[in-house]
Structure formats: structure tokens, C-alpha cells
Ligand binder design. Structure first.
Ligand code: FES
Ligand SMILES: [Fe+2]
Length: 389
């Protein structure tokens, strides 16, 4: 991106939210099935080029730039599959997946001395829920479990289905879109997914509450209306709505009632909608048996990976079967495709060089501030100075 590109001067520069994402967290980067044994694959995360490769049963992640003359290691090969190494395609420097150290320069013979500097950076990498996770940062990796919400960490209690999409925008507009942003009653009101669900009221006030573990925010919408007259314009909603908006169904899209919802009474879940560090959104149901978990992985300043996990609480084999069937027959296209596309079309074209935050942005403002105040950035001493300017 050139230095006079409008995104360089965008409003986010004032917020302290880094353009390339929050370092020192785990991120989902690739579906496990896309990494075949002995076939290295390049991924980009938070602007860093990484090569992933799988040898025997283990996965390794190295910086994708050969220390010799900079060829792409992802174009190389696992010539010695029993040795957990990756060989550069250009002159055969061969790297240990474990340490990143060059262990052989194939064109120079076996007897040479290899200096310590002949190495590439390694990244902590894990495989979990059929997804490859990478820790990108400047500190020793925390255990993956520490960054996962309970519905992704506890596989005895939950089963998941995951999908991914690439968004052609910076991670920050997508992150704003997923936290408690009051766009659903407008943008999604005619989405086919909501045929059996009531639409949220508008003009509600959003209360944000830090979660107990200080890893995120819970949202509660207070009040709101479902219709009104706007002087000089007319009625909202307008007469030409999708017919199902007139059905006024009752159902899932309600705030959790602490007195009566099963989610609160049985499982202690207090909020239907939560944001968690680094860039995770959870939207649940009053039953407490389902969460839609969206994870935003910055690729570079203009591209973002959107990983979506549908997490279902395990009850019985038959319930698991029907959960998965209902996702395949209904949610996969009504939500993960059509509903999400309504967001995607708007978010990818957002210009962030000017913005006027308003009443409906209370959730966005709170979540941006929470990230800046609480995210794990051990090496950034200027963080709070930036915020105050
Ligand atoms: S550039 Fe990789 S071995 Fe020469
Ligand atoms: Fe949306």
C-alpha cells in the first residue's frame, strides 16, 4: 500500500488498533485437510509469510524465506520425510522444522561448518478441531487453550463445524462489524435465516460489561422499538418488507433473561453476545447449547481470514447427528453464506478515512477501547501513549 493511500490515514490510527492485528495470540490459519503430508503450504498471518509442512504426524511452521538467498521455502520439498526437515528449492539448504536451523547445504557437501545464523524463524503451531492454529508474536507462546473460548476448548462437551472465507478488507472493519454493532435490525432484517426469528428492536441502548476473566466484553441491549414514524419520511419499517417480517415469530434471537433462560440457569452463561480477545465473537442461544464463534485472522493490511465455528453442546449421538444435519441443510447456506454475504458486501467497501461515531456505535466504541486497554502486547511500551494522543 502506498504511503498516501487513504487507508494509511484512516481513523483507526487514532484508536491504537494496529493495522496488522494483535500480536501474541493464537489464530486459526488453515483447515487441517488442506495441508497434505510432504506438501508445504504458504500462509500469511499478520503480514508474516509462513510455510507450513507436515511430516509423519507433526506440523511445523517456519518463516517462508530461505536464509541463503531468499527463495520461498513453500516452493521446496520434504526430501527427507523421516527427518522433520524442509529443503529449499533453489540450492538445497535444508532446515529443521523444530528449530529452524539449517542442518545441511546440499550443494556444499556434508563436511562443512554451518553457522548458527543459517536459520529461519519458527512459529508455534497446533492442530485442533480440524484447524491449524499459529501463534504470531514476540513472546513465548501461551498454551492454545488459554486463547480458546470454552465451546472450542472443551471437546468433551462441544462438537464443532468450521468454515472459512477471505475478506478483502483490513481486519478492523470486520472486527467492528462482528462485535455488538447495531446493524442487524437494518442490514439483515430481510435475511431468509430470520424467517423463524424475531428481528432485534432498533433504538436500543447497549450496555457493555467486562467478563469475569477480563478476556472480553458481554453485551446487553436495553429497550428499543420495532417501528416508528420519522417526520418528513414516513414509517419504519417501510411497507415493502419481506412477508415473513409480518409473521412476528418468537424464538432464538432474544437477549438472555437471567431469570428464565436455560443458558443462565443451567450453564451460567450471562450474555447472548460476547467479544473475546483477540478478535473473537460469540453469539449464543437462550438454550445455552449453541454458539456461533467467529474468529478474525488478519492476513495483511488489506486481507482478512474469517473463520467461523458452529459449536454445539454434546448431549447424545442422535442429537449430534441432527445438529450437524441442521447445519448442512439450513445454517450453512442461510447463515454462513447468505446472511454473512450481506455483511461482506458492505464491510469490504467500507472507507475508514472518515467516520462519525454515534449512539448506535456504543458496542463498537467499547470493544475497540477494551482491545487497546487489555490486549496482550508485552513489547509495546508506547501503547498507552498512542491512545492518549
Ligand atoms: S535460496 Fe534457498 S538454498 Fe539458496
Ligand atoms: Fe451482520
Amino acid at each position: 500500500m502506498s504511503s498516501n493511500h487513504p487507508l494509511k490515514k484512516n481513523v483507526y490510527n487514532k484508536t491504537g488498533l494496529p493495522e496488522l492485528g494483535l500480536r501474541n495470540y493464537w489464530y486459526p490459519v488453515l483447515a487441517s485437510l488442506r495441508l497434505r503430508k510432504g506438501r508445504p503450504k504458504s500462509v500469511k498471518v499478520l503480514g508474516e509469510e509462513v510455510v507450513l509442512f507436515r511430516n509423519k504426524n507433526k506440523i511445523y511452521a517456519l518463516n517462508d524465506q530461505c536464509a541463503h538467498r531468499g527463495a520461498r521455502l513453500s516452493e521446496g520439498s520434504c526430501l527427507y520425510p523421516d527427518s522433520d526437515t524442509l529443503t529449499c528449492p533453489y540450492h538445497g539448504w535444508t532446515y529443521s522444522g523444530e528449530t529452524g536451523q539449517c542442518v545441511a547445504k546440499l550443494m556444499e557437501g556434508p563436511g562443512i561448518t554451518i553457522p548458527n545464523e543459517a536459520k529461519v524463524k519458527t512459529y508455534p503451531v497446533r492442530e485442533h478441531l480440524g484447524v491449524i492454529w499459529l501463534f504470531v508474536g514476540d513472546m513465548e507462546a501461551v498454551p492454545l487453550q488459554e486463547d480458546l473460548p470454552e465451546c472450542l476448548a472443551n471437546t468433551d462437551e462441544w462438537h464443532t463445524i468450521s468454515t472459512w472465507r477471505t475478506y478483502h478488507c483490513n481486519w478492523r472493519p470486520l472486527n467492528d462489524n462482528l462485535c455488538y454493532d447495531l446493524h442487524a435490525p437494518f442490514l439483515h432484517r430481510n435475511s431468509p435465516e430470520l424467517i423463524f426469528q424475531p428481528i432485534f428492536p432498533f433504538a436500543s441502548r447497549v450496555k457493555t460489561i467486562p467478563l469475569k476473566d477480563a478476556k472480553g466484553l458481554g453485551y446487553r441491549a436495553l429497550g428499543g422499538i420495532t417501528e416508528s414514524d420519522y417526520p418528513g419520511l414516513g414509517h419504519f419499517p417501510p411497507p415493502k418488507e419481506a412477508f415473513w417480517r409480518r409473521l412476528k415469530p418468537l424464538g432464538r434471537g432474544q437477549e438472555l433473561d437471567p431469570q428464565s433462560s436455560q443458558a443462565t440457569k443451567r450453564y451460567g452463561i450471562k450474555y447472548r453476545h460476547m467479544s473475546l480477545l483477540p478478535t473473537v465473537t460469540l453469539v449464543g442461544r437462550p438454550s445455552g447449547d449453541y454458539f456461533m464463534c467467529r474468529w478474525v485472522t488478519p492476513i495483511d493490511s488489506e486481507t482478512t481470514l474469517f473463520y467461523s465455528f458452529n459449536a454445539f453442546r454434546r448431549h447424545s449421538t442422535i442429537k449430534t447427528f441432527f445438529d450437524r444435519l441442521s447445519w448442512i441443510l439450513w445454517q450453512s447456506w442461510t447463515h454462513d453464506l447468505i446472511f454473512s454475504d450481506q455483511d461482506k458486501r458492505v464491510v469490504e467497501k467500507v472507507r475508514s478515512d472518515r467516520e462519525q461515531l454515534s449512539l448506535s456505535d456504543a458496542g463498537v466504541i467499547a470493544w475497540r477501547k477494551f482491545i487497546v486497554d487489555n490486549s496482550r502486547r508485552p513489547n509495546d511500551e508506547n501503547l498507552h501513549q498512542n491512545l492518549n494522543t
